[in-house]
Design a protein around this ligand. Structure first.
Ligand code: SAH
Ligand code: SF4
Ligand code: F3S
Length: 446
């Protein structure tokens, strides 16, 4: 049987969908290749969020298709957000491509491989309002952590963002299906699940995700998302729950209560802010002001003092003045983020902001990007320094990549800890460690 490999760009959503497609190929009798170079089937899972992400994928696909000259039986496939965006045009760019599978029909990857083995090409594309295929199969082999997609698509339509155009309407998976999937993961040794959705706190608001078959909530929550967290927490074997991405509108009393009272809910929240200027936020159509965002952060930190908050920021949005940029800088200091991903604005075809002049030049975007990165480095180092001498709980993952004598693991707040393991420690166990040393991105413990 031919061997396969995935090359995955983009967010955790894509990582999850590559995994589910890999599961389907394994079930069809294929095996995973030792590496991409030797693979008979290579599938590139793509991201459209910034122009650069697409350029990289096109370059990669070009090289892979060229490799078919020496290896004509090799199969090259495309899936993910760029596949959806380009539709049938991708075959004009890459005539040797065997298949292209849109974001809402991920179940078509395995059938497309079978068709390609028989010499047929496939273009699978569902409309953006059709019910999407939800990734459900997993490849657990010895892992302790898994992603579970609970919400597909996005309806927020931030003015800069292409995600709603490539992933389509927001759709919540029925809670029944999600809970069944998590129970199966727990049976397969998974201890930590990260629930995924673009605007995840909207879970269940548009579609009837809970029905009479679902367990009633002992906490009496009125919103579906906290109820789902609680139902996942009730599953034996699951020890840690994470989710991404958050939005200030979802930072409710109910969610805060769960952070305080549910020991399985990790003390980490990824809460993308994008900008610290209310004026820019309003043109981004983010649905909150600077004050509202900071209020959510303040409430969280007050109720859960050891919570880590991370964020995404865009610099160089159309019309972003020096004062707007300074507002972002000061917000980041005030929010005291544990980590931040900073992106240079990239106009995306078809979005509202792409009709506005991209007026901040590349050098200025780079300068703003660099400033925020160095601010964050200093802040991250200071926050980590403060953890020296404290005791943290770490889920041991196993030998670290750099030095096999040491192990690595993560705290509830999602910080990486490098430590020398006691003899009896098994991967997947939780251990209490005292932090002895801190670097900006890593903690060390005895
Ligand atoms: N759904 C998530 C974000 C998904 S996209 C949320 O709203 O929280 C991941 C990040 O990419 C965004 O948070 C944003 O910071 C960045 N991004 C999205 N569109 C972009 C664009 N056109 N240019 C630059 N960065 C962008
Ligand atoms: Fe894009 Fe906004 Fe949806 Fe996030 S919430 S995926 S930034 S449209
Ligand atoms: Fe990229 Fe699609 Fe995720 S555009 S960020 S891979 S949803």
């Amino acid at each position: 049987m031919p061997t396969f490999a995935f090359h995955t760009y983009g967010c955790q959503m894509n990582v999850r969908e590559s995994e589910a497609a890999a599961r389907a190929l394994l079930d069809a009798g294929h095996t995973e290749a030792a590496d991409e170079a030797s693979a008979d089937i290579v599938i590139v899972n793509t991201c459209s969020v910034r122009g650069k992400a697409e350029d990289k994928a096109i370059g990669k696909l070009g090289l892979l298709c060229a490799s078919k000259r020496e290896r004509p039986a090799r199969i090259i496939g495309l899936m993910g957000c760029m596949a959806q965006r380009m539709g049938k045009d991708i075959f004009k760019k890459l005539p040797l491509l065997d298949f292209s599978i849109g974001t809402r029909c991920a179940d078509s990857v395995a059938p497309a491989v079978e068709a390609a083995l028989q010499g047929r090409t496939t273009l699978a594309m569902k409309p953006l309002d059709a019910q999407p295929d939800a990734p459900s199969g997993h490849v657990c082999n010895g892992n302790f952590a898994a992603f579970v997609t609970i919400l597909l698509g996005c309806n927020r339509r931030c003015t800069y963002c292409i995600v709603p155009d490539v992933r389509g309407d927001e759709w919540s998976r029925p809670a029944r299906e999600i809970l069944k999937e998590v129970r199966q993961l727990a049976e397969n040794g998974i201890k930590e699940v990260t629930l995924l959705g673009q605007s995840i706190m909207n879970y269940g608001l548009r579609t009837q995700a809970f029905d009479e078959l679902d367990p009633p909530s002992p906490g009496g929550y009125t919103l579906p998302f906290p109820r789902l967290l609680e139902a996942v927490a009730a599953i034996d074997g699951i020890e840690r729950i994470r989710f991404t991405s958050g939005h200030p509108s979802g930072v409710t009393e109910e969610l805060i209560r769960l952070y305080r009272e549910e020991p399985k809910l990790c003390h980490h929240l990824h809460l993308p802010v994008q900008s610290g200027s209310t004026e820019v936020l309003s043109r981004m159509r983010r649905g909150y002001t600077r004050e509202r965002y900071l209020e959510a952060v303040r409430k969280l930190r007050q109720a859960v003092p050891d919570i880590a908050i991370t964020t995404d920021v865009i610099v160089g949005f159309p019309g972003e003045t020096e004062a707007d940029f300074e507002a972002t800088r000061s917000l980041m200091a005030e929010a005291s983020f544990d980590n931040a991903f900073i992106f240079k604005y990239s106009p995306r075809p078809g979005t509202v902001s792409a009709t506005w002049e991209d007026d901040i030049c590349d050098a200025e975007k780079a300068r703003r990007n660099q400033l925020l990165l160095s601010d964050q480095d200093i802040r991250g180092a200071q926050l980590n320094q403060r953890l020296i001498g404290t005791t943290v709980e770490v889920l041991a993952e196993g030998p670290s990549l750099r030095n096999k004598a040491n192990w690595s693991g993560r705290t509830s707040s999602n910080k990486i800890v490098i430590f020398s393991p006691p003899k009896a420690l098994q991967p997947g166990e939780r251990i209490q460690l005292t932090i002895t040393k801190a670097a900006p991105q890593t903690l060390y413990a005895e």
